[in-house]
Design a binder for this molecule. Structure first.
Ligand SMILES: [Zn+2]
Length: 277
């Protein structure tokens, strides 16, 4: 009995160990010119070290933002002058108070009055361009789809576009499109494609370019048509999940874990939106 209790205790300790040892993966990498990428586990943001201060984007969460703020101070010795939210979803937009002491906070006008306790100083409807030191920032509303307050930010002269959740290069859309209006998501992606940029810096996945936005849209459009055709032919969602030929996408990230969810989410949206009776 004692042995068994000891074994159970050791097992419990061993199981607890990875959790205790699990530090978030945080990393700063160079994109181009004065544009840098910050990774916190599976979320990424960009920041720009201009001649007149640092422009940061999504804070991700308070711990991540505090880490990034300290790194920016240590490496570049410049204040954070602006904080731009891609959108208000909490997994990207929490922790902004860390930067709000020195930063002008900018969001699209449909963002809530406060984003994790931070009230944006500047809101805009369609477009907002501003200059900080030797860089220009072009903000474009992407309209409703994934969220209703999504913007894209193009940084010049590097021609880097920061685009979150609408396009994740080389990776399937997240799970079952939670909360998304998929027709709107396709339109958001078209708005990204219409922007003038060379490098796409997303909120998830690897860096990409305009071709990744086109491929992301084409995948969602293909899935929409394919699932609609199967539903219209009278198949159940389970039958579609089992039988749909998604063989063009097996090398995309998260294919193994999100393929079935993508189909289920698409079927749900097609029915909810009335596209398929
Ligand atoms: Zn989101």
């Amino acid at each position: 009995m004692l042995f068994r209790t000891l074994t159970a205790a050791l097992l419990a300790a061993a199981l607890a160990l990875p959790a205790l040892a699990q530090e978030p993966k945080r990393e700063i990498t160079h994109i181009a010119g004065d544009v840098w990428r910050f990774q916190n586990n599976f979320h990424t943001t960009v920041f720009v070290v201009t001649s007149a201060g640092v422009v940061v984007t999504d804070p991700i969460n308070a711990e991540a933002a505090a880490w990034l703020k300290a790194e920016i101070a240590r490496r570049f010795a410049k204040p954070v002058t602006h904080l731009v939210y891609s959108h208000s979803h909490p997994d990207h937009a929490s922790g902004g108070a860390v930067f709000a002491d020195t930063a002008t906070v900018i969001a699209q006008e449909n963002a809530p009055p406060e984003i994790d306790g931070v009230a944006p100083d500047i809101r805009f409807s369609e477009r907002l361009n501003f200059t900080v030191g030797n860089h220009t920032f072009e903000l474009t509303s992407l309209g409703p789809g994934h969220g209703s307050d999504m913007l894209a930010m193009v940084i010049r002269p590097e021609n880097v576009a920061f685009v979150v959740d609408v396009v994740s290069p080389g990776r399937l859309p997240y799970k079952d499109f939670p909360g998304a209006d998929i027709a709107g998501l396709i339109e958001q992606t078209r708005r990204v494609e219409a922007l003038d940029f060379a490098i796409l810096a997303p909120g998830h996945s690897r860096l990409g370019d305009k071709a990744d936005a086109v491929e992301a849209r084409e995948y969602v459009e293909w899935l929409r048509a394919a699932v609609a055709a199967e539903l219209t032919a009278g198949k159940s969602v389970a039958e579609i999940v089992a039988g749909l030929d998604t063989g063009a996408y097996p090398d995309w990230g998260a294919y193994g874990i999100w393929r079935d969810l993508n189909i289920q989410g698409m079927a749900r949206w097609l029915k909810q939106s009335g596209e398929v009776p």
